[in-house]
Design a protein around this ligand. Structure first.
Ligand code: COA
Length: 154
């Protein structure tokens, strides 16, 4: 249940670019916000859309080999996870992940993984992710940890 008036739904990739830039990659331009695979038919973009139609939360889900379990054929990568700074702590991020998990569940289940920024590690843990031993520093963005969780078929 969201603590703010917004609904989680599929959105076009482009609808998430302003939020991606503001929250995740302010050192880059809007024109650089597109990620490889954004337009693949199997890629799902979820947005939390407020009453004014603005995307205030977003994530992207795509079938992608998990670097730590490369033999898993059912792996999905979570990217572009962001909530607008003024609306954090109201359940938007959790609701977006829950919708992503439902999508994987109805698609047959699988392994959900992400390259988590360390300041968001506890958020992912709260959403059922486990940290792997894989930790690294991105020179521009900071420390990361590989995280994952299993999703059962529904
Ligand atoms: C991480 C982020 C997406 C969380 O979004 P949010 O909408 O604030 O998350 P929610 O309100 O749904 O929080 C869900 C739960 O996680 C907890 N949580 C959220 N962020 C947390 C954090 N940084 N540290 C610890 N716990 C956190 C909340 O307290 C809540 O716990 P509860 O269920 O016990 O109430 C948001 O803080 C953000 O955009 N951060 C900057 C960008 C970023 O780091 N993205 C991740 C890139 S890998």
């Amino acid at each position: 249940m969201l603590g703010v008036k917004a609904r989680v739904c599929p959105v076009p990739a482009e609808a998430t670019f302003a939020l991606r830039q503001r929250v995740l990659r302010p050192h880059q331009s809007i024109a650089e916000m597109a990620l490889p695979g954004d337009d693949d038919p199997s890629t799902l973009h979820l947005g939390a859309v407020d009453e004014a139609g603005e995307v205030v939360g977003a994530l992207r889900l795509q079938p992608a080999v998990c670097p730590w379990y490369p033999s898993r054929p059912d792996a999905w990568q979570l990217r572009g996870m962001a909530t607008s700074a003024d609306l954090r702590g109201h359940g938007i991020g959790a609701e977006l992940i829950a919708a992503a998990v439902r999508h994987i569940a109805v698609s047959g289940g699988g392994l959900l993984w992400c390259n988590a920024r360390v300041p968001a590690e506890a958020f992912y843990a709260r959403a059922g992710f486990l940290a792997t031993d894989n930790r690294w520093d991105d020179p521009l963005i900071g420390p990361h940890v590989g995280m994952l969780r299993e999703v059962s078929a529904s």
